[in-house]
Design a protein around this ligand. Structure first.
Ligand code: DQA
Length: 145
């Protein structure tokens, strides 16, 4: 199934204006445009969503089974808190790649723990927009396996 679900978590709609010293000037539209370019070259379809709501992310993941070959997710702050999102990823058994713009291990201690990472196939953290691009490449290779 050459279709990948891309989920941007809370506050990522504010990229470009938000904590630019950490996240840079890149916007969510810039990220999505890069992902669409890669998807076109690799002949995969993307569905891209952004939401600030944990329950909505849980619902979207819960409905993804049978529709998507992989999930690319930046759970943002929910990375560090959400058992519900972790359980959803685990439940649907869709290969999932976790991405972060910043290096979460080089920041405050509360960001060093990802509740999602143990149920994800892998994680890319710290490369800005490139984290998403590398994450998408990884997700594509997972669906091609
Ligand atoms: C983030 C890192 C998280 O700790 C933070 O809460 C975010 C963004 C990142 O992409 O670097 O909102 O996921």
């Amino acid at each position: 199934m050459r279709k990948i679900l891309v989920i941007h978590g809370p506050n990522l709609n504010l990229l470009g204006k938000r904590e630019v010293d950490i996240y840079g000037r890149v916007t969510i539209d810039d990220i999505n445009a890069e992902l669409k370019k890669i998807a076109k070259t690799k002949k995969v379809a993307l569905e891209i969503v952004q939401t600030d709501h944990e329950g909505e992310i849980v619902e979207i993941i819960g409905k993804a089974k049978g529709k998507f070959g992989a999930i690319l997710i930046n759970p943002a702050a929910y990375t560090h808190t959400s058992v519900a999102i972790r359980d959803a990823v685990s439940a649907v058994e869709i290969p999932t790649v976790e991405v972060h713009l910043s290096n979460i291990y080089a920041r405050e201690e509360f960001r060093h723990t990802s509740l999602i990472a143990p149920v994800a196939k892998g994680q890319v953290s710290g490369f800005g927009i490139l984290s998403y691009c590398l994450g998408l490449e990884a997700a594509i290779s997972l669906i091609e396996k």
